[in-house]
Design a protein around this ligand. Structure first.
Ligand SMILES: N[C@@H](CCC(=O)N[C@@H](CS)C(=O)NCC(=O)O)C(=O)O
Length: 250
């Protein structure tokens, strides 16, 4: 039985959850308290899989420390400790080939891996900073709105904790200030265009979702917790993708 260490509502962690569900392998989800997760990951024998994350143009001290200690999602089997979605995807593909996470054709696989790399390197951080810019600008509205959603509540179950702590995470860990918001949002349409183009080229959004779909949909779902960005998604294939993999709760 696998154990998957996550923090609640994390888009990065949701990618691993979706991949495990796709493979239909039994696992136990272990929720770790947000902010203690780098330490908890390390204490459970994980590292950060060699990631060197950048928030905008900065590697803040908190990000450096997370990259030294460990990140979630983190997957434990009786003899393995695997961190990062990239490595989890490959581990699962090796151990449980069906249904696949990557196309068999080498050219198609390369295209999916390129989309996966971009989702990990660019989109995952951009999505986090877009959501956090809102938290920094309007902590009360954010705290109310993220009590539930496509990935459940975000980071903390209690509204007051969300209101107090999430803006601090935004500022201190991910270098977000209210002035950054317009700039972050200005980059969003081009990112959505890129995703739509991959869908048009059948690299994403196929009948059988792949590792890149599972990396991209949760980042879009996180951005969509913000009610003020919905209009940017209207009529886009990217919205159909996230609606299919992570529907809005009824
Ligand atoms: N890109 C990696 C890293 C995921 C990641 O950044 N996870 C965050 C939680 S959403 C984390 O563990 N951060 C630790 C920290 O910032 O100290 C992946 O997809 O696995």
């Amino acid at each position: 039985m696998y154990m998957l260490y996550v923090i609640p509502g994390s888009h990065a962690c949701r990618s691993a959850i979706l991949m495990l569900e796709h493979k239909q392998v039994p696992y136990r989800r272990v929720d770790v308290p947000t902010l203690l997760h780098p330490l908890a990951a390390r204490l459970h024998g994980f590292d950060a899989g060699g990631e060197t994350r950048i928030a905008g143009t900065r590697r803040t001290p908190a990000i450096r420390s997370g990259d030294r200690l460990g990140t979630v999602p983190a997957l434990a089997s009786h003899d393995h400790r695997i961190s990062t979605n990239r490595q989890i995807a490959r581990f699962l593909e090796d151990r449980h080939p069906e249904p696949p996470l990557f196309p068999a054709d080498p050219l198609q696989r390369r295209a999916v891996e390129e989309a996966e790399r971009w989702a990990n390197g660019t989109l995952q951080m951009a999505a986090r900073r877009i959501a956090l810019a809102w938290a920094v600008r309007d902590p009360s509205a954010m705290s109310r709105s993220v009590a539930d959603g496509r990935m459940g509540y975000l980071l903390y179950g209690r509204a007051l904790t969300r209101r107090l702590i999430i803006p601090i995470i935004g500022r201190r860990v991910f270098d977000v200030d209210p002035a950054a918001d317009p700039e972050l949002l200005a980059d969003l349409p081009a990112m959505l265009d890129r995703i739509d183009a991959w869908i048009a080229d059948r690299i994403l959004g196929g009948a059988q979702p792949n590792a890149a779909d599972f990396m991209i949909a949760p980042s879009l779902a996180l951005i969509l917790y913000r009610p003020d960005v919905l209009h940017l998604f209207e009529n886009r294939p990217a919205l159909e993708l996230v609606d299919r993999l992570l529907p809005e709760p009824a």
